[in-house]
Design a protein around this ligand. Sequence first.
Ligand code: ATP
Ligand code: MG
Ligand code: FE
Length: 336
Amino acid sequence: QLILGIETSCDETAVAIVKNGKEIVANIVASQIESHKRFGGVVPEIASRHHVEQVTLVLEEAFRQGEVGIEDIDAIAVTEGPGLVGALLIGVNAAKALAFAHNIPLVNVHHIAGHIYANRLVEEMKFPLLSLVVSGGHTELVFMKEHGHFEVIGETRDDAAGEAYDKVARVLGLPYPGGPHIDCLAHEGTPDLDLPRAWLETGSYDFSFSGLKSAVINSVHNAEQRGEKIAPETLAASFQASVVDVLVTKAVQAAKEYKVKQVLLAGGVAANKGLRTALTTAFNDLKDVQLVIPPLSLCTDNAAMIAAAGSILFDKGKRADLTLNGNPGLDISIHN
Ligand code: ATP
Ligand code: MG
Ligand code: FE
């Protein structure tokens, strides 16, 4: 079985071909970061225009790299949402055009389901499992009792982890996207600054990062007023320590309560070295839970993850018709 995956939800135009839901045959990502950098964030209109320019080229490149033709494809999996509506529409329409022209089944995929299924390209999934999703727009703990079943047991009440990283990076004068820069800086400093951790109510698996973000900004301003300056490495290390502490603690608690067999790390912030190390250490002590962490290239947006999720949904009989539209607010819990 060969699935073609198409992903254009944000600022990456991505196409991949995946065999049997697990094996990457081709994986092409055209990033637009350079075009958005000078604006300090993704500009939706620019993103859509780039997707239009890139999508055909990226498709051709994927077929070239995979050494397969469109006639070999069993289904086309495309990101339906969530994301930027204008960006989503480009991928959805490319997928619909190919599906219609070549009479190939079409499968709509939730972007976060894709991030979670990136793990299936690394390791077979064992249920029940828990996924810690940490990305630019999402921070949530998702419980899965079987393929295609997603239950959000906790989520952020304000900023997503990646969003907090990018906003703090801005305060430190680092380029967009700031996550990787803070990660590097954090490793050069020590977490000496005492920053808050939002544990919320006992037993809650929800998150909150806006208070932490404000605390970092206040620390910088208060130091300035005293005519002092906190070393950026110290700020980065302290901020990262706070984020990682909460994410790891809640993931461990949830893994125990839900008695899961696996914990899957997912989303762009899964590329964070501090988070990867802390999770690995924490789950070393939990012998009956297997921690799976995807390689860096499968953490940030790509289409192999969409094809991997699409493969399972296709096997379960899920199909989209040509009325499929981009859905910026798509809910994962009804996605099966
Ligand atoms: P979503 O998946 O929620 O729709 P998105 O697709 O924009 O959002 P991703 O591409 O999954 O988000 O992840 C991008 C985010 O990951 C950015 O906020 C970026 O700063 C963050 N990120 C990437 N690498 C790292 C890192 N090493 N440390 C921390 N954050 C990182
Ligand atoms: Mg992105
Ligand atoms: Fe994403």
